[in-house]
Design a protein around this ligand. Sequence first.
Ligand SMILES: [Zn+2]
Length: 129
Amino acid sequence: MGKSKYDKIDGIIDIYEIPYMICTSIDEFMERYQEVVGLELDKSTSGLCKELSVKIKGISDECYCLLICVFDHSPNTISHECGHAALSVMERIGEFDVISSQEPFCYLLGYLVDKVIDKIDKESLLRIS
Ligand SMILES: [Zn+2]
C-alpha cells in the first residue's frame, strides 16, 4: 500500500499529545483534506474546524486529529476557529468546565493562534522572497 497523502500533520499539541493540521487556503484544503473531511466546502466560508480520524505516518492506528482552517487570514477567523479547536480539545481530555478552568483553555487558545499565525507568516514570507 502506498504512502497516504494524509499522513502528514502540521504538529502535535505537546501536553495533550493531540495532532493538528492547519489549512490556510481553500486550495490547500482541497489538496490535502477534502477527502478526509468528507464534506463539500462552501467556498464563501472564511474557515472551519473539524475533528478527524486520520492515519499518521509512524502511528499504525487511525488517530484523532484536529483540522483548523483559516482561509481569510483575519484575526476574527483565526480566533474563532482556534476557539472551536481549543473547546474540542477540552472536551477530548474530559475538561468540560472551562468556566472554572479558564487558564488551560486560554493557554491552549493562545498556543493554537500562534501556530496558525506562524504558518500564515511563513507563507507570506515565502511569497515575497
Ligand atoms: Zn464557528
